[in-house]
Design a protein around this ligand. Structure first.
Ligand SMILES: Cc1ncc(COP(=O)(O)O)c(C=O)c1O
Length: 415
């Protein structure tokens, strides 16, 4: 008889070889919990490039003090219950209104996690009679939302507008239900950005709706941090804009912003929130302040962009392949997607007091291996110089064939 636990003793499953050898270096490395541009790893102070602290707000003392105040007032428990029953407060309602105003949409719905918010939003707004067309490289939360919704679905080639249009045309030939296009705004692993201007043209031409998960654009992209739609000047055409609080907002939770009727529908039908306790008061209080900072402190965003330009150009000048960089993310491709080489580079860089992590399947398509580096507003010139020197030393010590990274870059883009 097969026991369902049998597989747990194999190297199968996600990151199986790392799990099997109890690795806490390449996967699940243990870090000091205080986030910042420098952190402690295995007793050593390291420059940190792997946390999504884009605007440096994880280190903001004013926000920390507010969290302490909220914890004193409410403890960790409040509010007790789901929004639908006993977990709704004036503060939750006010925060939704504030996000709706910032995002220039009629209404907004809070979620406890970005992941669950994306699933809940997609699965509530489409049903089995509808069709979803999703970009192939969309985050797992969107793909899971598609599966949970039980809608028919099609996958278009990554950011390929011909592929998207082919699917839209095909669906409209025999169309019965509605159509939702689903994509990331900034793609969180590679740092490229969805072709929103063309997607908006296509969604209007074929009468579809558009959902954007802008986890890595929210608070970051565009003149005022309203995200990837603002960056392209098409924010008003996005039907549902989703942002998580786990990145630039340095908290936890997420928000779906859309029109009044759709928001109200999501509020009452998104099972991942309807059947879950509401966002804790500590986060509700803190997020209101964080939003004020993000909406008004443009200098912070400028510092992040300046640091992004420095690290991206520094590594590119050394010959590293960093892909497209319309966003601050710096994705450094490992030559030929070679896992052993990737691990050697990580070790070599970390030994010099610089913390980077590798990203592999299933986070990115098979065959790709990259270091995903997140420049933040709080990195210093010294942090950046030390990092570039560490990459240079490893490049020379391992005699890296950097030309081979190019061919690994576009793997997985096909349909
Ligand atoms: C594109 C995207 N969507 C959703 C999520 C999930 O967000 P959260 O961590 O807030 O649950 C992430 C986080 O990795 C993400 O990158």
């Amino acid at each position: 008889m097969i026991d369902i636990f049998d597989k747990c003793r194999t190297e199968g499953g996600y990151f199986g070889p790392f799990r099997a050898r109890g690795d806490h270096y390449f996967s699940r490395p243990v870090l000091d919990p205080t986030p910042g541009h420098q952190m402690t790893f295995q007793g050593q102070k390291v420059v940190q490039w792997s946390i999504n602290n884009y605007l440096g707000l994880a280190e903001n003392e004013e926000i920390k003090a507010l969290a302490v105040e909220a914890a004193k007032r409410y403890g960790a428990s409040a509010p007790m219950g789901a929004r639908m029953m006993t977990g709704n407060t004036e503060a939750h309602i006010a925060l939704e209104k504030k996000f709706a105003e910032f995002l220039k949409k009629e209404d907004a719905v809070l979620f406890n996690y970005g992941y669950l918010g994306v699933i809940g939003t997609i699965a509530s707004i489409v049903d089995a009679s509808d069709t979803i067309i999703v970009d192939k490289l969309s985050h797992a939360s969107m793909l899971d939302g598609v599966f949970v919704s039980q809608a028919k679905f099609r996958v278009y080639r990554h950011n390929d507008m011909n592929s998207l249009e082919d699917h839209l045309k095909h669906i409209n030939k025999t169309r019965k239900g509605g159509v939702l296009i689903v994509t990331e705004g900034v793609f969180g692993m590679r740092g490229d950005i969805a072709n929103l201007p063309e997607i908006c043209v296509l969604k209007e031409k074929y009468e579809a709706r558009l959902f954007i998960d802008d986890a890595h654009g929210f608070g970051i992209m565009g003149e005022t941090g309203r995200g990837s739609g603002e960056y392209f000047g098409v924010h008003d055409k996005i039907d549902i804009y989703f942002g998580t609080f786990a990145k630039a907002f340095a908290a936890i939770g997420g928000v779906a912003a859309t029109n009044k009727a759709a928001a109200e529908w999501i509020r009452y039908n998104a099972r991942t929130q309807v059947f879950a306790k509401s966002l804790p008061m500590i986060y509700v209080e803190v997020l209101s302040k964080t939003l004020d900072i993000i909406a008004n402190d443009h200098e912070r965003r400028k510092r992040m962009w300046a640091n992004a330009a420095k690290i991206q150009s520094g590594l590119a000048e050394l010959g590293f392949e960093i892909g497209q960089v319309p966003s601050p993310l710096c994705a450094v491709y490992v030559p030929a997607g070679d896992l052993n080489l990737g691990m050697a580079i990580i070790k070599g860089i970390r030994d010099q007091g610089v913390f980077i992590t590798g990203v592999m399947y299933p986070v990115v398509p098979k065959g790709i291996l990259l270091f995903r580096m997140v420049p933040t507003a709080s990195h210093t010139d010294e942090d950046i110089a030390r990092t570039i020197a560490a990459f240079k030393n490893v490049r020379d010590a391992l005699k890296l064939n950097l030309g081979a990274a190019k061919s690994a870059m576009s793997q997985g883009d096909e349909e």
